[in-house]
Ligand binder design. Structure first.
Ligand code: PLZ
Length: 452
């Protein structure tokens, strides 16, 4: 594995200047015209964080229809990890669309699906026989992981955690913690989903084993291991606030699951594929999940998801029990193979660890002079800051919103998250050069200074 200097990275649209460039007011006239058409044509229930419309993206920038260039600290919610329109992905997709765009793997199979299954078996944690099934969205992967766990165990209950996010479909709405906007008015929800307390070091002060003991006590009292098919957990929470559990929490839970015949599912939809400086975030804690859900970063922006796990579990549902028209679409599998190749060729696991150092340096420096930054946390290119009223742990969602809105005006895309909406998260593409990231944090420093 060779590691390239961030300036030499070949991933991402190398033709786009890697700069912040604000030429018009934001949103500019073309974005405003599109917004007017949108309000008449697109459901108001579909939101957009940014007020401008994309025209091009690559490396670490998104360029809008008015020619403004933004530093992208969001990667389309952790998707364009190898960069937008990464050259290898563009080539693989172009070649595939010329051969065939779809046959349906359930009708006429093709080799890239099989090869991707082999690659994911090799890359996911654990040295045991594994198999894979491919789907399209992250929520679909999570639903299928639960189906597989139920088929294998003959049990029904599923345990998820406080602040969890697992999707917007019916079963995954039940698994997701936050009611507005994800669940409000959309019930009834799927039964047999139970919620346990998470390890949240900034808020509970518990060490990992103590937090795990607390969660296990709740599970044993309120669900009972004999009824429990699966424990589903994000090794680092995404939408819930980039919460990193205290060391030892995940291993203790996984060990309890193993002792009790409960399937341990790591939802790595947001954390997987180099995002945290490892192929999968479970690796940081030496955890080998029975099943891993994978999506987002795996296919360079094309819609693809996977469940990869122990072969005997993956074979438990009846033949034909798993599938879907588009699952493992050949254009998406070609993109995924090129994405994995790009991560390896460009040393992007190491690049994520370099990005972590840069992000933490800038955020700790800011936190040292601004007490509204209560907690800086994360791994790799998945880092966040939790905003609070100074000297307390009281969430300050208004400040998070204000900073994200003002940053966009000044050419930086920053996303918020957290059950309380008070977390700013930083997850740039790994193709973003250091100079651009530094420039983006100069802007954020100024935004915080002005937001007094
Ligand atoms: N599991 C851990 O992060 C998707 C969704 C944002 P889909 N997160 C972003 C929104 O408002 O819809 C996610 C995730 C984890 C599952 C999912 C679901 O993935 O591809 O959005 O279905």
């Amino acid at each position: 594995m060779t590691t390239l200097d961030s300036q030499q990275l070949t991933t991402g649209g190398p033709t786009l200047p890697q700069e912040i460039r604000v030429l018009t007011e934001v949103p500019g006239p073309r974005s405003r015209a599109l917004a007017a058409r949108r309000s008449a044509a697109v459901s108001a229930a579909v939101g957009s964080s940014m007020p401008f419309y994309a025209a091009a993206a690559g490396g670490g920038v998104v360029v809008d229809v008015d020619g403004n260039s933004y530093a992208d600290l969001g990667s389309g919610i952790a998707v364009t990890t190898v960069g937008n329109s990464a050259p290898g992905v563009v080539d693989a997709v172009t070649e595939q669309v010329r051969s065939f765009t779809h046959t349906c793997f359930m009708i006429t199979p093709y080799d890239s699906y099989v090869e991707l299954a082999e690659r994911l078996a090799a890359l996911t944690p654990g040295d045991f026989a594994k198999k894979t099934a491919l789907f399209t969205s992250g929520a679909e992967a999570v639903e299928n992981a639960v189906k597989i766990a139920r088929a294998h165990t003959g049990r029904q209950a599923v345990v998820v955690f406080d602040h969890a996010y697992h999707g917007r479909t019916n079963l995954t709405m039940a698994m997701t913690a936050k009611v507005v906007p994800y669940k409000n008015g959309f019930g009834p929800f799927a039964p047999e989903v139970y919620r346990a307390p998470l390890s949240y070091p900034f808020r509970d002060g518990l060490d990992g084993p103590a937090a795990a003991a607390r969660a296990i006590a709740v599970i044993e009292k309120q669900v009972g291991a004999a009824n429990l098919a699966a424990v589903v957990i994000e090794p680092i929470q995404g939408e819930g606030g980039f919460v990193v559990p205290a060391p030892g929490f995940l291993p203790a839970l996984a060990a309890w699951a193993k002792e009790n015949g409960v399937v341990f599912v790591a939802d790595e939809v947001q954390t997987g594929i180099a995002r945290t400086g490892a192929w999968f975030a479970s690796e940081h804690e030496g955890v080998e999940p029975d099943l891993v859900t994978i999506a987002k970063g795996v296919a360079g922006g094309l819609p693809l998801s996977a469940v990869t796990g122990r072969a005997e579990l993956m074979d438990a549902p009846v033949p034909g029990g798993l599938g879907g028209t588009y699952g493992g679409n050949p254009v998406a599998t070609a993109a995924a193979l090129a994405t994995l190749e790009t991560v390896e060729r460009d040393g992007l696991l190491q690049r994520a660890r370099q990005v972590e150092i840069l992000l933490l340096r800038r955020l700790h420096a800011l936190a040292a002079r601004d007490a509204r930054l209560g907690d800086v946390r994360g791994r790799g290119a998945m880092v966040a800051v939790e905003l609070v009223r100074p000297g307390t742990t009281e969430p300050d969602a208004a400040l998070a919103k204000r900073v994200a809105t003002e940053a966009a005006q000044r050419g930086v895309i920053v996303l918020t998250c957290g059950t309380d909406g008070n977390v700013l998260r930083f997850l740039p593409p790994l193709s973003a050069p250091d100079a651009l990231l530094e420039q983006a944090f100069d802007v954020l420093d100024a935004v915080f200074a002005d937001a007094r």
